[in-house]
Every structure is written in C-alpha cells, then in structure tokens.
Write a protein that binds this ligand. Structure first.
Ligand code: NOJ
Ligand code: CA
Length: 698
C-alpha cells in the first residue's frame, strides 16, 4: 500500500485504525502526520545511528528542528540508538466530551495520530513505541514500553527528550525547582535563561534547583510572532519533567525530578506509557489560553457523575493568619479558628451569595508545623482545638446553606497523612463535607524525596483516588503541577502551584509584582485551575502589615475572578474590608462555572482580557488586567446573544488610580449593551476592569 493510498483511505474511513508494516527500508523513510487543518506537521526520522528524532513545522516553517529522543537506565544500556522501525500506524479521531465543571462545557478532541513501532537491531532487541497526536492547537507525544520477553522493568536514570528551538525566542520562565513552583517568572531570551542564579530564595519553605533547567509550562514567542508553550499531560506514576536549557545550542532537554533515596528517577514495570510531552502552538497569545490540548491528552472521566461537588466562591479563616492578625496555633491567645468566628463567616457567606467556608487552624498540631525537623505524627486530622466545635460549626453551616471546606496541612509529613487518610475522610463523610484543601509546606519526609518526584506524584494520586471514594474534592497547595488529570479525576478541582496571593502578605522581596498575573495567565494557567485567592480590598494591608502590600489596583483584584480560572474562587480578604464597598457587588454576582470562555486580547507579561459565560444563567463576565503599564484596550461584545438586551456593570480604575499611589480609586458605571456594543477599557498601571453583563429580564 503506498502512502497516497493510505491518505485517501483515511479520509473515507475516519477514525479507522490502519496498521501497516512497512517492508522496504522503512527506517530511511520520513514518517509524517499533520494536524486536522494541515497547518502543523510532525516528521519522525531515525538518524544514521538509529536514534529516534522528530521535527515540527507550522505553516511550512520549521518550528522545532530535529530533536532526539531516548532513555538512560541505572542497570542497563541506554535506549537511544540502533533502532529500526518495525511498523507504523496512522489514524484520526474526532469527538466531543463534556466537562463536569470548567472553562467551557463542551470540548472537541480532534487529532491525527501516528504511532511508530521501534526495535533495537542489536543486544537485547528491546522494543519501544512512540505515539504522536497532532491537533490544530499543538501536539503531544509519548513513549510506550510494550510487553516483551527481555524487558520486565526499567529503572530510568534520565529521559532524553529534546526540543530543539529554531531561534533565540523570548521566554517566560521560572527555575526548574524540584520542590516548589512559587517563583517569580523571568522574561528573557532563551540564551539568557539562568535558573541557578535563582537558588537563594528568601521566602520559600523548600526549594531545590540542581540544574539550569526550567519548570513547565514554559512559554515562548518567536521573532515571527508564533507563541509556543511546553508542558506535559497525564503525569501518572512517573517523575515530573523539568527542561534543561542548553543556552548555546538552543535545545531544551528533559531533566526528570529525582530522589536522594534511589539512583533511578522513575521505576516502572513493563508495559507502561510515559506522560505526554506537549507543545501548544498559536499565532496569537490568547490561542494558548483557549487551547484544551492538556485535558484532551488525558483519559476520560473515571469517577462518573460527581454532582456532590459544585463550583463555588468561598470565604475563609485564612488571610488573617497570613497578616498576623490571628494564628493557626491555639497557644498564644490569638487563635483564629473559633466556633464563634466560623459562625460569623457563615453568616457573611450566606448573606453574600458565597457558597463555601474554609477554616484553617482548626485541628491540633500547629504548634510544631513549620521549621521543625521532626514533623511526623504531629498533625492529626480529626481532633479540633478546644475552642472549635467542629460539629456545631457544620450544623450551623448546613442551616445557612453554606458548604464547609476542610483543611489538612500535612507539613510535608506525607506518611503521617497517608496513615490517616481513611479516618480523616470518614470523618468528613460523616459530616457531609465534600471538599478539602491540602497543604505540603516544608521538605518532604521521608527525607530525600522531592515534591515533584515519582514518589510524591503517586502520593498526590493516592489522595485523589481515596478522596473520590469518600466523595471528596481536593484543592492541593504545594502540589504537583496540573497536567490535565482533572479530566480523569474531576475531584481534582484546583490547586496552588504558583506564587499565590499569600506572598503579598509576607514575602520579604516586595510581593508579586504588577506583571505577575499577566504572565501567569500565559504560563501556569495553561496547565490547569489555580487557587490564587483574589479579592483583597485592603490593598495596603494596614494596620497588619505596613511593610507589605498587594501590587495591583482594587479593580484588578475584581478582574482576577474572571481572568484566573478555578472552579473554587476565594473571597480572600477579612470580611470587615467588604463592608460598605459598592465594588463588592461584583464578587457577589460573578460566576464560577462556565459555558464558554473567550480570550479577547492579550500578550504575556503585558495584559489579557477574558470573557466567560456563566453556565447556569447565560450571563457574561469580563476581566481585563494589565502589568505596571497603564493602557487602553478596545473590546467588542459580539459574543453576546444577538437580539438580547444586557445591563453591563463596569468596575474600572479611577482616573487617578495606580497600583502603588492610589490602588483603591475605582469607578462603577452601568449601561445597556448588546452584541454590537464596543467598550474602551482604560486600565491604570497595575490595574484592571471587571464587568458583569446580565441579561435584562423583561
Ligand atoms: C501554605 C498554603 O499555600 C496556605 O494557603 C496555607 O494557609 C498555609 N500553607 C498553611 O497550611
Ligand atoms: Ca510587561
């Protein structure tokens, strides 16, 4: 069968898998697969010594040059040369699946696939397959170790996957830390990436940066204006991948997160598949945010209907601890989590269209949680402090229609948490609590493990799976980065995994700069939902933290509810700061679960505007944010339903607003709009605009 024939066959028998075993010299042939639109083309080739490699073209221009692939092991020869191709497989798939909650309801999963079957020509003749899936918004590939006589298990010392860039692109990157993602982003040319200089970080409870590597997602812009973002999808029973930057040769190469306890970085029995290595590609920056490549490369929902979890806004006994107004620990006379205080917050939530309440510091153990070597056996996830009546609070919340969010800070004493998972979740189940925020502050115990290594990845998964059995959704802090697992386990609702709002309360380096979230939207947010905890109205944090502040305007704090996606959004400030604040109406109104999301404009590190339509009501919300520069953005509301009248409430920076000099200057304007309306948004330095667009009821 010749290749032309295969192509024509493909067009008729859509989705039909065709396996062809090529006979004559297949290894010399280039094997290609294009995206459904034809714009993206992957070519696979074995080089002269039989090393697998691929290249990627976008609209006929090379976007990734020949990039090699392979593995090194602890106890056997590397698998990186002397391969021959024993077969290839081409097919296509096009279906649509529904998100139980998300940025949009329906996701189209449309790709062409090429699978290459490889076998070594020498030695043990080990076999390995490589599968490519090419979408209109990017591509992914993964390695498969198929069942074979002579290879029963592998100790992977390193994966050698390359991404060879075609230019010295502008990059938005953070260091490839094995323990934390709470770094600021850097904006430099690829050749200027210097992760090592970021090693001595003052505000991190754990950090380990062994190489000049970056964390993923890393986002880039070529000189031709093409945007690329590199990440991974379906990180399961494997180590997290950082990318080593060979700044001279413009090559990124996988550098897996390891462990001090083992020589290998990944231990697996054969057969198995690696996570997908992904590249999102778009001619405009907003295309990266609209891309659903990462979730599409994950397995379908394994949990079925999870109607016990509904997206929500929540308040918390939380920010006050970060401000030093109260404490997690009972001792000292400033304990935050008291029955009375929880009830006060429940009343506030119930009165303001906020569905949830998080209470931190409710359980014993906070006297020895951070800065102690020996943290095992300290935290207990069932025993409240004496001034907190857990049952009473739960009953009161239920009466008021407010849902509790449990808190489990593990202080990275992971075995202690694992031992108590069933007891802790049974208690939650008996109380009717369906969400938990977990935390992993500090160096992992057992010593030698890192937050992003295989051992911890398996722990995070065990937590998700166990929680699902008890109908519990998980919001992990100090987590493993998201890789789209929420599609398979929709109880993985949100996570931290970035420098969150809390850094504005106490970091000694000035907090998150005004440009932070306009970079986050094009990097970390491409991976999945973020528990950023927006909504701080007392920007200067007086009187609690006179040396710290939030580095945005108040209007930007509102816009973040739309810009930063999460199915749970915290209303983070002390509730007294919302009293008599007209702008608070936006938070009461804003949705948390979306029918669709549209990026209206954006540029990494500069600005971004996103419009999202609420599932339940069909109302729209728009959020726009800028960096330290003021700017004017024009948007059209053509996404609104034609023939329908809407009332827009626009919360915008006041004329004299400025993130530092006048952050709370804000104006609210109301007007009628329709789908032919356009708006001019004037954002102050570090500012934003938040708009609710509600259908006018006749
Ligand atoms: C770090 C988390 O990010 C923060 O939200 C939490 O309050 C503390 N750990 C305590 O668990
Ligand atoms: Ca900028």
């Amino acid at each position: 069968m010749n290749r032309l024939k295969i192509k024509s066959l493909l067009t008729v028998s859509y989705s039909l898998s065709i396996l062809i075993f090529l006979s004559c010299n297949p290894e010399k042939m280039k094997h290609e697969v294009t995206s459904p639109s034809g714009d993206l083309k992957i070519s696979f080739l074995l080089n002269e010594i039989g090393t697998p490699g691929y290249s990627v073209a976008f609209k006929n221009n090379m976007i990734l040059d020949t990039s090699l692939m392979g593995f090194e092991f602890v106890d056997q020869e590397p698998m990186n040369k002397n391969f021959r191709i024993t077969g290839t497989e081409h097919d296509s798939s096009d279906d649509t699946w529904e998100m139980p909650w998300g940025e949009q309801r329906y996701v189209r999963n449309h790709f062409n696939r090429l699978k290459i079957y490889l076998e070594e020509t020498t030695g043990m003749k080990r076999r390995m397959n490589i599968e490519f899936r090419v979408y209109d918004d990017g591509m992914g590939f993964r390695y498969e170790f198929p069942e074979q006589e002579l290879l029963k298990a592998v100790n992977i010392k390193e994966e050698n996957t390359q991404f060879k860039l075609t230019g010295d692109h502008l990059c938005w990157w953070q260091p490839g830390d094995w323990d934390i993602y709470e770094h600021l982003y850097n904006t430099t040319k690829f050749s200027e990436i210097d992760a090592i200089s970021k090693r001595n970080h003052t505000s991190l409870a754990q950090t380990y940066i062994p190489e000049n590597a970056v964390n993923t997602p890393i986002t880039m812009k070529t000189s031709e204006g093409v945007y690329l973002s590199f990440h991974e999808a379906n990180l399961t029973d494997y180590a997290g991948m950082t990318l080593k930057a060979d700044t001279e040769n413009l090559i990124m190469q996988s550098c897996l997160v390891g462990s001090e306890r083992t020589e290998y970085k990944v231990l697996r029995t054969v057969p198995f598949e690696t996570p997908w290595r992904t590249v999102q590609i778009s001619e405009w920056a907003g295309g990266l945010i609209e891309s659903r490549l990462i979730v599409n490369l994950n397995e379908p929902n394994k949990l079925g209907d999870i109607n016990w979890f509904k997206p929500m806004k929540y308040v918390g006994i939380w920010w006050e601890m970060h401000l030093g107004k109260s404490t997690w620990a009972y001792e000292g006379g400033k304990h935050g989590a008291t029955t009375e205080h929880a009830k006060e917050l429940i009343d506030f939530a119930a009165a303001n269209n906020i569905e949830g309440l998080l209470v931190e510091g409710w359980n014993t153990g906070w006297e020895r949680w951070v800065g102690f070597e020996d943290r095992e056996g300290v935290f207990d996830f069932v025993t409240p402090y004496p001034d907190y009546d857990l049952e009473k609070v739960v009953v009161y919340a239920k009466e008021k229609g407010v849902k509790m969010i449990m808190h489990h800070e593990t202080s990275a004493a992971v075995r202690t948490y694992e031992k108590q998972l069933d007891t802790a979740y049974s208690l939650m189940k008996s109380l009717g609590i369906h969400a938990v925020k977990t935390g992993y502050v500090g160096k992992i115990i057992p010593k030698g493990e890192y937050h992003h290594g295989q051992w911890m990845i398996n722990h995070y998964r065990k937590v998700l799976e166990t929680a699902a059995k008890y109908e519990i959704a998980v919001d992990a802090h100090e987590p493993i980065k998201p890789t789209g697992i929420r599609r398979t386990y929709p109880n993985a609702i949100s996570r931290e995994g970035l420098r969150g709002q809390e850094f504005n309360a106490w970091s000694v380096d000035g907090g998150n700069p005004p440009e932070h979230l306009s970079i986050v939207a094009f990097t970390r947010m491409l991976a999945g939902p973020i528990d950023y905890t927006p909504g701080i109205f007392n920007i200067k944090l007086n009187p609690w933290k006179t040396d710290n502040q939030v580095n945005t305007t108040l209007a930007q704090q509102l816009a973040l509810y739309v810009v930063i996606y999460s199915p749970i959004q915290m209303v983070a400030d002390l509730i007294e700061n919302y009293k008599n604040q007209p702008a608070f109406q936006f938070i009461r109104d804003v949705g948390v679960d979306w029918e669709q999301s549209i990026v209206l404009n954006g540029e990494p590190g500069d600005f971004v505007t996103i419009a999202r339509q609420e599932r339940e009501t069909g109302n729209w919300f728009v959020g726009s944010i800028t960096d330290e520069n003021e700017r004017t953005l024009n948007i059209t509301l053509e996404f609104l339903e034609p023939g329908t009248g809407y009332e827009a409430t626009i919360c915008k920076d006041g004329k004299d607003a400025h993130w530092d000099k006048n952050p709370t200057s804000l104006e609210i304007e109301k007007m009628e709009v329709g789908n032919s309306s356009s708006l001019e948004l004037k954002l102050a330095a570090g500012g934003g605009t938040a708009i609710s667009i509600m259908k006018i009821k006749n």
